[in-house]
Design a protein around this ligand. Structure first.
Ligand code: BTN
Length: 341
């Protein structure tokens, strides 16, 4: 159950309506009386909701004569803020699809509970902090409060479970595009299947794709995306300091507002997914190849079948990595961990 967690339904409440009015008038004052009249509530109710917004980090100035004015919006991923700037058709396309947690074990675990109750395609779960963030291959994903983008989205593509790996590549392409359009000078590339590395070395984003399926029926797919945005070196646990990075660290220690990047990620994901539904995987494969840092390199793939070292030749139409060793043997990998030599 998600109900007992810090879950906010921003689509209906008064706080959101007060905020909308303040935003519409930003940076000017609106009188408490005017807000009260517009929303059909008392001035005390307006004052209480302004207090709530201030507690959430909105900087609102109050003047007994002039009323209230909004000065600054906090860098928090509130659903109302996400919805306000978003142009999508499927993912988070209506406020009711957006679920927000200040803290949750894992956005992917939370969204699976919603998926099991029939949540629609494009449902989104975003959290400021994950206490049990999950990485690939049973690892943990470090997700401290308000420093990154920790999100999961639920898709119900009309495909067989074995076709699911393409969505892993799709998500990586979408996030690279979003990062490149926000910070074009940061050289971000994809290590198969979906690790985003800066300068081919340090990981800035990880993607975990999970399925709820029977052998020949896909119920839903969960794409979990973790982007290290404003983590400083000392924020990372020592064992990650050598291999992980953040956009802040790659951008001269400059903080990046998370909300516009989140919106961009969702829009890129939405566009590429719609294109997939209409035209199939061709463009995903093409875009992935343009952004990858794996092909034509010596790689070692660790998989349940053991270790295999060779040259990464290509990716197949189903997203498998094709590797050829020195003896000329060729293998297709559908999962596993790649080390670049
Ligand atoms: C990896 O190991 O590279 C995958 C990391 C995926 C992390 C994200 S953060 C949001 C979502 N919720 C989780 O628990 N994991 C994914």
């Amino acid at each position: 159950m998600v109900d007992n967690l810090a879950f906010f339904d921003y689509s209906k409440n008064m706080r959101e309506k007060v905020l909308k009015l303040l935003k519409a008038n930003m940076p000017n004052y609106v009188s408490g009386e005017e807000i009260a009249r517009a929303l059909g509530v008392s001035r005390t109710a307006v004052w209480k909701n302004v207090n709530l917004l201030q507690e959430e980090g909105y900087v609102i100035e109050g003047s007994p004569r002039l009323g209230y004015r909004l000065i600054e919006v906090p860098d928090l991923l509130y659903p109302a803020e996400i919805a306000a700037g978003l142009k999508t058709v499927i993912i988070a396309s209506e406020p009711a699809k957006i679920h927000y947690f200040r803290q949750v074990d894992s956005t992917s675990e939370a969204i699976k509970k919603l998926g099991d109750r029939g949540a629609p395609e494009g449902t989104l779960v975003v959290a400021e902090e994950q206490t049990g963030g999950k990485g690939r291959l049973g690892r943990r994903w470090f997700s401290p409060p308000a420093k990154g983008i920790w999100l999961s989205t639920l898709l119900r593509p009309p495909v067989l479970p074995r076709e699911a790996p393409i969505f892993t590549l799709m998500s990586a392409v979408a996030v690279v595009k979003a990062i490149k359009s926000t910070l074009p000078h940061i050289p971000t590339g994809i290590k198969w299947p979906n690790d985003l590395l800066v300068n081919g070395r340090r990981k800035v984003c990880g993607i975990l794709t999970e399925l709820k399926a029977e052998a020949d029926l896909l119920h839903y797919l969960v794409i979990g995306i973790g982007i290290n945005v404003n983590l400083r070196k000392q924020d990372f646990p020592s064992q990650l300091q050598g291999c992980a990075t953040s956009l802040l660290l790659e951008n001269g220690e400059k903080e990046l507002p998370r909300l516009p990047l989140l919106v961009k990620v969702l829009e890129e994901l939405d566009t590429i997914y719609q294109e997939y539904l209409l035209k199939g995987p061709g463009n995903i494969i093409k875009s992935w190849k343009e952004k990858n840092i794996t092909l034509n390199r010596e790689v070692t793939v660790k998989s349940p079948l053991g270790e295999f070292t060779g040259r990464a030749l290509d990716i197949a139409g189903d997203g498998a990595l094709i590797v050829q060793n020195k003896k000329g043997e060729i293998k297709h990998f559908h999962g596993g961990e790649v080390t670049l030599s």
